[in-house]
Ligand binder design. Structure first.
Ligand SMILES: Cc1cc2nc3c(=O)[nH]c(=O)nc-3n(C[C@H](O)[C@H](O)[C@H](O)COP(=O)(O)OP(=O)(O)OC[C@H]3O[C@@H](n4cnc5c(N)ncnc54)[C@H](O)[C@@H]3O)c2cc1C
Length: 438
């Protein structure tokens, strides 16, 4: 039950960002956190997710140590976050390495998404999570000074602040910034998670996370926690083509394993054996949105986190960790203006300060991620366009070796960024945020 005498924070969306923020704020005696989730039950889609050292450190900072356990988090024993192999010879062409010192428990890990969500949900009082509550709109109540959220079932809830953590298509974001809808990138992922026993018989099946690269697609394979295995295949279409396959497919819809097998028919015997063992697959047409001008919305009372704030379409397998870092930074910014021993609620100016610190902590970093992703998407489309000549083996190997080094994303230090943002805000260097819509 929401307590309007406390400082009310409404979190819209119980994904990684929303649950992370709820966990980070749950111990404040004068903050009332309520999470509104549109789904009927908390259930993750049947796919895998990777977290880099930044996400793993933030999980630990949030006290979600159960997600760091080997039982659910699979780490490469070589410590390489990713191993890149040739599509026909299987040889290792390159590897990613952690740039800084990374302790074992923070090494890049792969999860079955449901295991990660379960681990997070264990730290949130279930009575604070309201299911079947799909955000529709917000108004401001001049009498109480509160925000009034309306859900699609006609019910309402009050809040002092709203955190929109409602995913890539974010109704909160598009309510405040109607031009911020997503567009299909043309990339389609075919994702499968199944028991490791399906591939255990295959000689040389990789026992680490491996990304095979070919001229026109890639194949990701990895063990996950609790003896699961994941395979992610891909198809790149021209997003502008009216007849592009899977253009209108629903996210997480059932795919055809025979189509997947067809994609890899010329690949190495090892990759084909793995693909032949895949029992089922689901289809995920990828989309992305443009960078937002500001994350300080609703007259300084609403902000965004996770994919809602930076709909980058999952590139670099970074979205989960970015969402966790957002959640931590949002909570840290609120606690900066409203510490646990505060004797009164924060003023509107203090709330605005908190949202600016949050934006300053996160947005420059995620804007950079988004700009690299958009640039890479353009390059990918150019490479796959019908007019471009086929890539030679030499060019493919050079592309693998010259890929972006993602360590600046996966080892980003959110605490240091927060400290810098606080210092800048204190020095009055942060520009005015705010985008009134209420
Ligand atoms: C198949 C797949 C694979 C991915 N692989 C990786 C990976 O390997 N590594 C990685 O880091 N990232 C990966 N990503 C991206 C990563 O999952 C996201 O970046 C991350 O989940 C973002 O978390 P979030 O909390 O912002 O959004 P979500 O996890 O999408 O959560 C949003 C929540 O909001 C709810 N919601 C939506 N609309 C409303 C509404 N109107 N009202 C209330 N609630 C609403 C949704 O039901 C959902 O529960 C992948 C994404 C997918 C889907």
């Amino acid at each position: 039950m929401a307590d309007s005498s406390k400082f009310q924070i409404a979190i819209v969306g119980a994904g990684i960002a929303g649950l992370g923020a709820a966990i980070a704020l749950k111990n404040h005696p004068a903050i009332d956190v309520q999470v509104y989730e549109k789904a009927l039950e908390l259930r993750e889609i049947g796919a895998s997710i990777a977290l880099g050292p930044n996400g793993m450190r933030t999980l630990e900072r949030l006290g979600v140590n159960n997600a760091l356990e080997d039982e659910v988090a699979f780490r490469n024993k070589s410590r390489h976050p990713m191993i890149y192999r040739h599509w026909q010879t299987n040889e290792i062409v390159s590897t990613d390495s952690h740039a800084g010192e990374v302790e074992y428990r923070h090494l890049t890990s792969r999860f079955y998404r449901a295991h990660l969500q379960e681990a997070l949900a264990k730290h949130v009082d279930p009575s604070r999570i309201h299911l079947s509550k799909a955000f529709q709109s917000v108004t401001s109540d001049a009498t109480t000074g509160k925000l009034l959220i309306t859900f699609t079932d006609g019910t309402t809830a009050t809040a002092d602040i709203i955190l929109g953590s409602d995913g890539i298509h974010s109704p909160v974001r598009t309510f405040f910034v109607p031009t911020s809808g997503t567009a299909w990138t043309g990339w389609v992922a075919f994702r499968s998670v199944f028991p490791y026993s399906h591939v255990a018989h295959i000689k040389d099946v990789p026992d680490e996370a491996n990304h095979f690269w070919g001229p026109d697609r890639t194949l990701f394979v990895s063990k996950l926690g609790r003896d699961l295995f994941t395979v992610v295949g891909s198809y790149q279409a021209d997003p502008g083509a009216p007849d592009a396959p899977w253009k209108d497919s629903a996210w997480d819809s059932k795919g055809d394993v025979n189509v997947l097998r067809g994609f890899y028919k010329d690949w190495s015997p090892l990759t084909r054996q793995i693909i032949d063992a895949v029992p089922h697959t689901n289809v995920y047409p990828n989309s992305a949105a443009r960078v937002l001008d500001t994350w300080v919305l609703g007259g300084g009372r609403v902000t965004l986190a996770g994919d809602a704030a930076h709909a980058h379409g999952g590139a670099f397998a970074a979205g989960g960790s970015l969402a966790l870092d957002d959640a931590w930074a949002f909570a840290a910014s609120i606690l900066h203006v409203f510490p646990e021993n505060a004797t009164r609620k924060p003023t509107d100016t203090e709330i605005l300060t908190a949202l600016r610190i949050y934006e300053k902590t996160r947005k420059p970093h995620t804007d950079r991620v988004m700009s690299v992703v958009h640039e890479n998407n353009k390059k990918k489309l150019a490479r796959y366009s019908q007019d471009s000549p086929p890539e030679s083996d030499e060019q493919l190997r050079a592309r693998i070796k010259n890929r972006d080094d993602p360590s600046w994303i996966h080892e980003h230090d959110v605490q240091a960024a927060f400290a810098r943002a606080v210092a800048e805000e204190t020095a009055g260097q942060v520009g005015a945020g705010g985008q009134a819509r209420l």
